[in-house]
Ligand binder design. Structure first.
Ligand code: FE2
Length: 292
């Protein structure tokens, strides 16, 4: 390990992790929604059982291996050693795999998503997520959506997508613990409505770099308003850090997605799962695979 890496490791050991990070339980629906609307994100533990975590983690490793087989130099598709499953998938999604289909209607999470949107009539955009390998560095802070998304644009230039209620919720599931060293996501509380410019890596204050979702155990979910500022952090561990996701669109918002779930997989979903995935199902043979 280089001297620089060792210094970073010491700093992360001392100070990595958001001060006062609240972690909710699945039954705390109201408190979770309040935290979500206040901070632009919320963490809920025990959304997945240990068996579901093991199943999901194995799926993440299998799909990551398929992606990295196309990228022996580990250039990544989100910077070196950093990958988006959705960005690599030719359907933009991994919903054709059971591990991801499992994520769209969990009894521990559906009541929270329903409460956030105050409606059951939200829809799945996709299920994908990301992973980073040892050696991944800081990813710059960013938002996952801007104006002109989902058909939203105010030609008068008055209302920004940042003035609206939350249009899209991204649920990132922890397929392992978030530790101080394995690249936990950093989230900047209260930025979901901000119109300030998002700082570059060079301009980012130290406290933001350390504002990571730590500690949070495997089986937790990080529920994000995708407008909130966030970014990846260095993976100094020896293992992959994977956070597969499911993304839900508000009933009044629609980003068109290509078909991503074959009919036989769709039919395994619950009634609610089928309703919220109805725009993603196809009867055609779905071509799946990855490109870098
Ligand atoms: Fe992002």
């Amino acid at each position: 390990m280089t001297e620089e890496r060792e210094a970073l490791r010491r700093k992360l050991a001392d100070s990595n992790g958001l001060r006062g990070l609240q972690r909710h339980q699945p039954a705390d629906v109201e408190a979770t929604v309040q935290t979500f609307y206040r901070d632009g994100f919320a963490v809920v533990e025990n959304v997945l059982t240990p068996a579901q975590v093991a199943f999901l983690r194995a799926g993440c490793e299998r799909e990551a291996a398929a992606i990295m087989a196309l990228d022996p130099e580990r250039k990544g598709n989100r910077g070196p050693n950093r990958y988006s499953y959705g960005g690599a998938s030719i359907t933009n999604s991994v919903l054709h795999r059971e591990e991801w289909a499992m994520l769209v209607d969990l009894p521990t999470l559906t009541p929270i998503i329903t409460a956030i949107f105050e409606s059951e009539d939200y829809r799945v955009a996709r299920a994908a997520g990301d992973f980073c390998m040892p050696g991944a560095e800081y990813q710059r802070l960013h938002a996952d959506i801007g104006d002109h998304s989902g058909g939203f644009h105010d030609p008068r230039g008055i209302v920004s997508i940042r003035d609206l209620p939350c249009p899209v919720v991204c649920c990132n599931f922890l397929a392992q613990d978030f530790t101080k060293f394995n690249g936990p996501t950093r989230q900047i509380p209260g930025t979901q409505h901000s119109r300030e410019p998002i700082p570059s890596l060079e301009d980012e204050p130290e406290w933001m770099r350390l504002s990571t979702v730590y500690p949070a155990p495997a089986g937790s979910v990080l529920i994000r308003d995708i407008r909130a500022w966030h970014g990846g952090t260095p993976n100094l561990s020896d293992d992959m850090r994977a956070i597969p996701n499911a993304m839900f669109q508000a009933p009044w918002f629609h980003i068109r997605q290509p078909p991503s779930i074959p009919r036989p997989m769709f039919e395994k979903l619950s009634e609610h799962g089928q309703r919220i995935c109805r725009f993603l199902v196809t009867d055609d043979a779905l071509q799946t695979g990855y490109r870098i």
